[in-house]
Design a protein around this ligand. Sequence first.
Ligand code: CP3
Length: 360
Amino acid sequence: MAEKKSEFPALKNDRLLRAARGESVDKVPVWAMRQAGRYLPEFREVRAQYDFFTMCRTPEVACQVTLQPLDRFPLDAAIIFSDILVVPQALGMEVQMKPGEGPVFPSPLSGPEDLDRLCNPKDVCAKLQYVFDAITLTRHKLDGRAPLIGFCGAPWTIMAYMIEGKGSKTMSNAKCWLYRHPEASHRLLKTITDATIAYLVGQVKAGAQLLQVFESHAEHLGPNLFQEFSLPYLKRICDEVKDQVAALDLQDIPMTVFPKGGHFALRELGRLRYEVVGIDWTVDPILARQLVGPNKTLQGNLDPCALYADPIQIDSSVKDMVEKFGCERYIANLGHGMYPDMDPRHLAAFVEAVHTHSTK
Ligand code: CP3
C-alpha cells in the first residue's frame, strides 16, 4: 500500500491536514461545502449535458467539476463530487435528482417489511467503484494543489431519506419508525453503518485524504433520540474506519463529523475519535469550543446567507468569525452548503478574508 500512496503527486498545501491534526499553520485553511455546484457557470454548463447521477458515475466528469472551484479560488481543499445518496442507491433503492426539487426516491421504505428489499451491505463497494475511480483520478489531476476530501451521509440522515423519499420539514415518517419500530430502525441503521464503513475504507484506499460524515438531519432528533439512534453509529463508523485503515497499513487520515442542527450533541461528539467537528451557523464559536473541548479542531461556521452581503461586509463577518474561533485547531467554512444563486465573487471574498485575517 505504501507504493500505491507514493504514486500520487506530492501534496504542496497541507494546511487542512495540519489544522485537522492540531498542528500549527501559516494561515487558517478554508473550503466551502457545496463549493462544486450550480453557483458556478462552468458547473451549470457541464450539468446541462448530463443527469446528476450520470455525472457522479462518470469519473472524468466528477473529477472535472471537483476541480472547477480550485481553478477559481485559492481553496485549501477539494471535495470529491458525488452525493450522500449513492449509498442507498447501492443498497438497492432508486433515487432520482429532480431539477428544482432535489432528490426523490420513487419507492421509499414504507415499513419494516421493506427492509427485505435492501441488498447485503457487503456488496455496496463493488457498486460504488465509480466513486473510488473518481477519487483516484482526481488525486492525480489535483497534482497536490490541495488535499482531497471524501465523504458520506451519517446513518440517521440516510435512513431519513430512505423513509421520507424526499426532503421533509418534519421528518415525521422517519421519526415514526424511531418511536414505533425501534428494533427495525436499529436494523436499518446497522445495515447503513456496515455499508458506510466499507465505503469509507474504500475511499481511503482510493486516495481520499480526509473523510467527512454529514449528519445533516441531526436537528430533528434532539438529545435523547440522538443518543440512541445517531451517536452509537457515528462512533462505530469512526472507530472501525480508523481500525481497518490501520490494519491495511494505510496512513491514518483525519475524520470530520458535521452534525447540522445538532448543537445539543457537541459535547458527546467531542469525546469520539473524530479529529474535526463541523459547526453550523446557529452556534456561537466560543460556546462550540467550550462544548467540544480543547483537543478537537472545529470547522465552520459562517451563515451561508452572509455570502449575499457585499464583499466589505463579508470581510468583516469573516474577521469576527476568525477572531472567535482563533487560528489554531480551526478550519474555516460556511455553516452549511452554498446556494445556486450565490455570486462566485463573494466566495472569492470569503476565501481571501480568511487567509488575510489569519496570516501570522
Ligand atoms: O461540492 C461539494 O460539496 C461536493 C458535492 C456534494 C453534493 N452533495 C453535490 C450535490 C456533497 C458533499 C453533497 C452532500 C449531500 N447531498 C448532503 C449533505 C450536505 C448537506 O447539504 O447537508 C445532502 C443532505 C445531500 C442530498 C442532496 N443532494 C440534496 C438535499 C440535494 C438537493 C439540494 C440542492 O442543492 O439542490 C442534492 C443535490 C446536489 N448534490 C447538487 C449537488 C451539486 C445539486 C443538484 C443538481 O445539480 O441538480
